[in-house]
Every structure is written in C-alpha cells, then in structure tokens.
Design a binder for this molecule. Structure first.
Ligand SMILES: Cc1cc2nc3c(=O)[nH]c(=O)nc-3n(C[C@H](O)[C@H](O)[C@H](O)COP(=O)(O)OP(=O)(O)OC[C@H]3O[C@@H](n4cnc5c(N)ncnc54)[C@H](O)[C@@H]3O)c2cc1C
Length: 292
C-alpha cells in the first residue's frame, strides 16, 4: 500500500516547526522515517501534514556540556554508534545501538525518532532509562524537561503534546569506576528484542555502590528494576548475588501479546538480567569477550 496524500513542509528552524505543528492539528514530524514511513504506507497513520525535520540544523549533533551530554534529537543512530565521545563517556549507548536494526536503518534513524516512536523493545529507550535521561521538548509555550521515567504514557505514546517537538536528550555519564552491559534476546539479528536489558554497576572498594538496571520488551515503556538495584547496592558482586538478582528480576510485571506469554517474558527477564550482571562485571574487570 501507499500512504494517503499529505502536504509536505521542510522548515529550517525549531520555531518554524513549532509554528507549523501548532497550526496543523493532524501533522506528523518526519525524522529518519524508519518507523513513520512504514506506518504511513500501511495506513496505520494518515496525517494531513508531514513536517520534515531534516533541514533543522539545531537538532543535530552531540555536545559535551559540563558533566553531561546534550544529544540533538535528529542525531543519527549511526553517528551515536561510532562517536568517540559516546564510546568513551556513555558506552552503553553505542553498545545497545549494535542491536538496533541494520546499518541502513541506523544511517537514517535518529535517537529522537526512536524515543518518540517508543516501541516497547526499543533499545535506545532502555538505555535512556538506565541513564535517567532528561528529554527537552519545545512547544509554543517554550521548553519543558521530562524525565525518562515520565516519558512513556501508553503503548507507542510519549508524554508529548501534538504541538511539541523533542529537541534534545540530556545524558549524564557515570563518572566512577563502573561496568556496563547490554544484551537482548530476539528471534533474528536486527529484529526488535523480545526482552532487552541494560545494566550499569559502579564498584567502589570491591562493593557495588550504585546500580541501574532497565528492561525493554516487558511493558509499554522501559522498566527500571529498582528492587534489584536495591538488592545489589552495598553487596559484593558474585555468582550467588547475581543469581538472586535474576530471580527477583523474574518477578517483573511483564506483558503478553500474540507471540510471547507473560511467563516467557518473565523467564527471559530473569535469565538476561543475571547474564548482563556477569557481563557488566566482566567488562569492569576487562575480561569481556567481544560483543556481550
Ligand atoms: C528493518 C528495520 C529494523 C528495525 N529494527 C529496530 C530495532 O531493532 N530496534 C529499534 O529500536 N528500532 C528498530 N527499527 C525502528 C527504527 O530504527 C526506529 O524506530 C526509528 O529509527 C525511529 O527513528 P526515525 O528517526 O526513523 O523516526 P521516524 O520514523 O521519522 O519517526 C518515528 C515517530 O517519532 C516521531 N518523531 C520523530 N522525531 C521526533 C521529534 N524530534 N519530536 C517529536 N516527534 C518525533 C514521528 O512523528 C513518528 O511518529 C527498525 C526499523 C526497520 C525499518
């Protein structure tokens, strides 16, 4: 099928974008088009207006700003995957991107598009949750900053009004000595994950001083495992502790769909969390073997 007819606009500035989407209620923003265009062609969406963000130069790029990174919403996934700044400061992002689609989709797909599309299993949403990302959205009334924990409102629905645009994503890299791991289980390479997990653990004097664990694929948005983080904090890392963490992760409130049951997703959550904790420790000790 082909998309319905629409009017097309290609503004140069954020204020022009905001003005267009404020005037036209049934408008959609076009970023990399990797999710939007299939949805148009399948007529899941039938907007009357398409506002293309590809000429809005202010939305592109990664900037270091004090102790945090400011990533423009139109920054391509391939740029994030290969950015020395990201690899050095927030490596979980580039690690997760290795699982997002394929070279071709990453060359067009953007971080903002992924966060706004909000697929339940989107790797970038999981990582944004693990890093407690803050999202700046801009509308007629100015800017709002939304914590990643408040971003998912429902299935494929972020906390974004129809006349707002996601402009940038703020990530605070972990400074202390820490390990990280991202793993997922999918039917085929490049497919959306059935369950994905991102782990960050900070180690101080042989003890876990901070932990962040986020799951994807179990609910409409990423789920932080706060009870597992609490269990780990203050403990010495090791096989028994990680096993216990996996058992606790298995209790997550997981959704079911026509393909996979709640129980299957719970079991995957437990197994992958335990495995990712071992992966993060191996990475911390420099024992990591290739791709986790
Ligand atoms: C073959 C294939 C495999 C894929 N595999 C994966 C995968 O494994 N994991 C994964 O996460 N994704 C995967 N995707 C999906 C895809 O990579 C991302 O969802 C997609 O990149 C979204 O980003 P985009 O820039 O293409 O956004 P678009 O498709 O252009 O937009 C997506 C949605 O976000 C809105 N939007 C975009 N930017 C903004 C903004 N700045 N402000 C407000 N709203 C905005 C659009 O209006 C639209 O509703 C795959 C896609 C394909 C085609």
């Amino acid at each position: 099928m082909k998309s319905c007819n629409f009017s097309y606009y290609d503004p140069n500035t954020v204020s022009e974008v905001v003005s267009l989407i404020s005037r036209h209620e049934n408008a959609k923003l076009l970023a990399g088009g990797q999710s939007l265009v299939p949805m148009l062609n399948f007529r899941i969406l039938s907007p009357e207006h398409i506002v293309d963000l590809n000429k809005v130069s202010d939305l592109f790029g990664i900037k270091e700003n004090g102790n945090h990174l400011r990533i423009g919403s139109m920054t391509r996934q391939s740029e994030l995957l290969n950015s020395p700044l990201i690899i050095q400061s927030s490596p979980l992002i580039s690690r997760a991107l290795g699982y997002v689609g394929h070279d071709q989709t990453r060359n067009r797909g953007t971080i903002g598009g992924s966060l706004c599309h909000l697929d339940p299993a989107a790797e970038l949403c999981v990582v944004a949750s693990a890093y407690n990302a803050e999202l700046t959205v801009t509308g007629k009334k100015g800017d709002r900053v939304i914590a990643m924990s408040d971003w998912p409102v429902d299935f494929l629905t972020p906390a974004l009004d129809h006349d707002e645009i996601l402009t940038n994503i703020r990530i605070t890299p972990w400074q202390g000595s820490h390990g990280f791991c991202f793993i997922e289980f999918a039917r085929r390479e490049g497919d959306f994950a059935i369950v994905a997990v991102a782990v960050l653990i900070e180690i101080t004097d042989h003890v876990i001083s901070k932990a962040s664990i986020a799951l994807g694929g179990v609910a409409a948005g990423p789920v932080r495992l706060h009870d597992v983080e609490t269990l780990l904090t203050g403990q010495s890392p090791g096989q028994e502790l990680f096993k216990e963490a996996g058992l606790l992760a298995k209790k997550v409130d997981a959704m079911s769909d026509i393909n996979y049951s709640t129980n299957y997703r719970k079991r995957l959550s437990g197994t992958l969390t335990e495995r990712a904790l071992h992966g993060a420790m191996a990475q911390f000790k420099g024992e990591e073997e290739g791709h986790a």
